[in-house]
Design a protein. Structure first.
Length: 347
C-alpha cells in the first residue's frame, strides 16, 4: 500500500503551463497527474484516471503582473481528462501507456463579442509510452530506499492546427479561418522524448517518506515549423501516512521552459514567420516557475483517491505572457493482479 500512495502522490505534476508566449501558449510537462514514481510488482496492473482544471487571467512581464496589459485578456482555461494503464513486466521494469483528452481549451481576449477574440478547441492530446526501471532497491527493518529511471516518448494524437473563424461574408456566407493560437491547441504536434528520475527514502516505523524527482522533455519539431521550448522540472517531497489510509504530501516544485523556435518562411526570419502565421512572438516565450503543491490521498482496498493543487509563489516570463494562476487535479487509481483472476477462471 505504501507504493500505491507514493505512486500517486510522489508525482511531478504537469502544469500544462500557460506560458509559452502571450497568445502562443504550449504545454510544459506532457503528463497530467504526474509521472508514475516507482515501479509496480511483477504481474501487477494499474488503471488510473485524472481530471485537471486550469484557469488564468493574469499577464506577467518578467516576474511582475502586467497591470497595463491585464485588460487584453479575459481568461485562458482548460478541462482535461487523463488516463493511464501500467503493468509490472518484472519486479524491476514497469511499462505504462498514457493518454489525454481535452474537454475544452478556451482563450477569451478583450472584446469577446468580436468573432475572432474567443478561440476554443477540444479533442485528443498525446499518447505517452513510458517504461521505468528500478536500478536500486534496498530494504531493512527501518528503512527503504529506491532509485528509478524512466525513458519515454510522446506521440501526438490530436491536431496542432485547429482554426478559428475570423470573418463571414454577409452576402455570400463564405467563411474565412485562421490557425488558432498554440495556447488552445490540444497538442504541440511534435514527437518528444521524456527522461525521468526518481529517488525515495522511507522511514518505515514513522511512516514518513522523503523523495525527489526530475523530468526533462526534449521537444521535437511539429509540421507547422514550430519547436516548443524544452521542459525541465524537479520536485522535492515529504509525505506521511495517517490512520493507515490517509496520506498527506507536501511538494516544492521548480520548472523551466525554454523559448520557442521557428522555421523561416520565404523572405521571413523565423520570428517574423511565426508572428505572421501563428501570432507567436518568440521574444515572449520561455519561463521559470516555483510552486508549492499540497496533496492528499485516501486508500480503500485496491483503490486510491487523490487531489492536489498547484500554488505558484514565483514565476518569471520572458517578455509578456499569460502566467499560471489556478491548477487543480483530482483522480483515482486501481491496482490488481490480473493473473489471479485468470487462474481462478482456469480452475
Amino acid at each position: 500500500m505504501r507504493y500505491l500512495f507514493v505512486f500517486l502522490l510522489s508525482i511531478f505534476i504537469s502544469n500544462y503551463t500557460f506560458s509559452q508566449g502571450c497568445c502562443s501558449g504550449g504545454s510544459g510537462s506532457p503528463i497530467a497527474g504526474g509521472v508514475s514514481a516507482g515501479v509496480l510488482q511483477e504481474g501487477q496492473m494499474e488503471l488510473g484516471l485524472n481530471y485537471q482544471n486550469s484557469f488564468s487571467n493574469q499577464l506577467y512581464s518578467g516576474s511582475k503582473l502586467d497591470t497595463l496589459s491585464s485588460n487584453k485578456i479575459d481568461n485562458l482555461s482548460s478541462n482535461y481528462l487523463y488516463a493511464k494503464m501500467a503493468y509490472g513486466v518484472t519486479k524491476k521494469l514497469t511499462l505504462s501507456v498514457e493518454t489525454g483528452y481535452y474537454l475544452d481549451r478556451t482563450l477569451v481576449k478583450l472584446h469577446p463579442e468580436n468573432i475572432d477574440n474567443t478561440q476554443k478547441s477540444s479533442g485528443n492530446g498525446d499518447l505517452i509510452i513510458f517504461p521505468r526501471y528500478d536500478i536500486y532497491d534496498r530494504t531493512s527493518e527501518r528503512y527503504h530506499t529506491e532509485i528509478t529511471l524512466g525513458l519515454g516518448i510522446k506521440i501526438p494524437l490530436g491536431k496542432a492546427n485547429d482554426s478559428t473563424m475570423v470573418y463571414e461574408d454577409p452576402s455570400t456566407g463564405q467563411k474565412t479561418f485562421t490557425t488558432s493560437a498554440p495556447t488552445v491547441q490540444t497538442t504541440t504536434g511534435s514527437h518528444d522524448i521524456i527522461f525521468y528520475g526518481f529517488v525515495l527514502h522511507e522511514f518505515k516505523r514513522a511512516k514518513f517518506r522523503v523523495f525527489a524527482n526530475a523530468l526533462y522533455v526534449r521537444k521535437g519539431w511539429n509540421p507547422l515549423g514550430e519547436k516548443f521550448g524544452d521542459y525541465i522540472g524537479a520536485g522535492l517531497f515529504t509525505s506521511k501516512t495517517f490512520f493507515k489510509k490517509l496520506g498527506v504530501t507536501l511538494q516544492v516544485k521548480g520548472e523551466w521552459i525554454g523559448p520557442m523556435e521557428g522555421v523561416a518562411g520565404v523572405g521571413l526570419s523565423p520570428a517574423d514567420n511565426l508572428m505572421a502565421l501563428y501570432n507567436v512572438d518568440l521574444n515572449s516565450t520561455g519561463s521559470k516557475k516555483f510552486s508549492f503543491v499540497p496533496q492528499i490521498s485516501y486508500s480503500y482496498k485496491s483503490f486510491t483517491f487523490f487531489a492536489l493543487s498547484d500554488m505558484p509563489f514565483y514565476q518569471f516570463m520572458n517578455g509578456t505572457q499569460i502566467g499560471s494562476q489556478y491548477l487543480f487535479t483530482a483522480g483515482m487509481s486501481y491496482r490488481f493482479m490480473p493473473g489471479k483472476f485468470l487462474w481462478k477462471k482456469v480452475e
